[in-house]
Design a binder for this molecule. Structure first.
Ligand code: AMP
Ligand code: MG
Length: 486
């Protein structure tokens, strides 16, 4: 008999519901009227070990509407705290999303989290809802990050509903089914530390080790090894963000994943032009979470996590482990950027070559992604000079230097260009394109959403007829301004 690969065939559980009572609040999802499924993600389905077409739309719609749960699910809002813009906030927790439980999959447990599920005891002044705009932005972000091989939460499906939700203006309501190997945040540890609950802190850390790194349990100092793992994963995550021009924009410690996943998509942006100080969240007046601040902020956040672990790990060891962050990030970033420039060997001046390339993009106001792609698509080594992509005279001096550097390697141009096209995306989740998709979906046409989702899932592969999805915004377009309200 063929294995039943439908969504209903999965086994669900919710280990969090067996934690101490105040780790969560049991809340049933609020039912949403007129829920319509917009899209189901094959990437999300694969993460559950399923095929997208095996996922019955009816079951997903019923889950997204909040009307139905599957056996084993036990919806709850998680309690956590965190530092928001540098200030400790003890009142946080899932305010509009519920952890339904985890699916037991061939790849291990996968959390299902329903965003837009209604108010919880942690909603504070919020309405517990999510709007179509931010739900589509989160849905596409999971696809884009996975396509770029950047660790991330995913979304299995997104739906619009008949609710009218008040933000800066009235917007259609929506719900999203989020997938993540874990929803444990730095803020979960901060909460227990601030409450001086050392036993519970230890219990949570052991849970993370058992579930995600059982191999570390055999180590001499498993807690130290786990903290090292978080530091390494975070450094590698930030290296990827920096290499691909991604700004998270709300790097509060409650939005930091213990597994180094990109978590909680809000006013994020992928750059168009290269701008070191890009701060897409317009409420971030001081640029705390600007693009070029991200490496430092992540270290600050890791220090807060480290402080929360002081009851379990000696301060001296925490410091030593934190000291590995910077070199890990630097080396991961150098590897990624060398790959993007098609350099096979590591040489002394590479850092300088990379920085001068970025400076060139900045002064020439060139498009970040199209410039990398042009380097991979055109025979620069053979003399092509990219006058169209990089409209600045400094370009020629840089290209001369680059050609000289390429000549010091043995790889053929054909081989190099093919390798570059595997790491330099053609299709990027640009804000103006996401906006077009959102507008179509709001008018009842989810076609563009599906097209863009497909392209973002394989962003390196050129598809004929899809050129508009690889375009930069018009030069006259206003700068990206996004709000935190979602
Ligand atoms: P964020 O910056 O989106 O990660 O959200 C910070 C906190 O505010 C989290 O505890 C969220 O659950 C909560 N929150 C955000 N939006 C809403 C909303 N519309 N209703 C209730 N809580 C919300
Ligand atoms: Mg959050």
């Amino acid at each position: 008999m063929a294995r039943d690969s439908s969504f209903e065939s999965l086994t669900f559980d919710n280990v969090w519901s067996r934690f101490p009572d105040d780790f969560f609040a049991r809340v049933a999802p609020t039912a949403r009227v007129d829920t319509q499924l917009l899209d189901v993600s094959p990437t999300g389905a694969r993460a559950l070990g399923l095929e997208a077409d095996a996922l019955g739309g009816e079951t997903l719609t019923a889950l997204l509407s909040g009307e139905r749960l599957l056996p084993g699910m036990d919806p709850l809002a998680q309690k956590y705290t965190g530092h928001q813009f540098g200030t400790y906030n003890p009142a946080l927790g899932d305010g509009r999303g519920l952890l339904l439980g985890e699916a037991i999959t061939p790849n291990g447990p996968m959390d299902l989290h329903l965003k837009g599920a209604g108010q919880t005891p942690y909603s504070r002044f919020g309405d517990g809802r999510a709007v179509l705009r931010s739900s589509i932005r989160e849905y596409l972000a999971g696809e884009a990050m996975a396509g770029l091989k950047i660790p991330t939460t995913l979304a299995l499906a997104v739906a619009v509903n008949g609710e009218k939700v008040m933000r800066e203006r009235v917007e259609p309501g929506a719900t999203l089914l989020r997938l993540a190997q874990s929803h444990v945040r730095f803020g979960h540890f901060e909460w227990l530390y601030q409450q001086q609950r050392t036993e519970d802190l230890e219990c949570l850390l052991r849970h993370v080790i058992d579930r995600h790194r059982p191999d570390l349990a055999q180590h001499e100092a498993p807690f130290e090894s786990m903290f090292q793992d978080v530091v390494t994963r975070t450094a590698e995550l930030i290296a990827r963000w920096q290499a691909y021009g991604f700004v998270h924009a709300v790097m509060n410690t409650d939005n930091m994943s213990i597994l180094g996943l990109t978590l909680d998509y809000g006013p994020y942006a992928f750059m168009d032009r290269f701008e070191r100080d890009l701060t897409p969240n317009h409420t971030d007046a001081t640029g705390r979470y600007a693009f070029d601040q991200q490496p430092g902020v992540a270290l600050w956040n890791l220090s807060v996590l480290g402080q929360s672990l002081t009851p379990l790990i000696a301060t001296e060891r925490l410091r030593e482990i934190l000291d590995t962050y910077e070199p890990t990030l630097q080396s991961a970033y150098a590897i990624l950027m060398r790959g993007r420039l098609g350099l096979e060997t590591a040489q002394d001046d590479d850092g300088e070559l990379i920085d001068s390339w970025l400076s060139l993009l900045e002064t020439s106001r060139a498009d970040f992604h199209r410039s990398f792609r042009a380097l991979s698509d055109q025979d620069v080594a053979g003399g092509v000079s990219l006058t169209e992509e990089i409209p600045h005279a400094d370009r020629d001096a840089w290209l001369d230097r680059y050609r000289e550097r390429l000549a010091s390697e043995n790889r053929s141009d054909t081989e190099r260009l093919a390798a570059m096209r595997r790491v330099n995306p053609l299709y990027v989740l640009r804000t103006h394109l996401a906006q077009q998709v959102i507008e179509s979906a709001a008018e009842g046409d989810a076609g563009p959403l599906r097209t863009f989702r497909t392209l973002l899932a394989s962003p390196f592969e050129a598809r004929p007829g899809m050129e508009v999805w690889a375009e930069a915004p018009a030069a006259s377009a206003p700068p990206v301004v996004l709000s935190c309200s979602s």
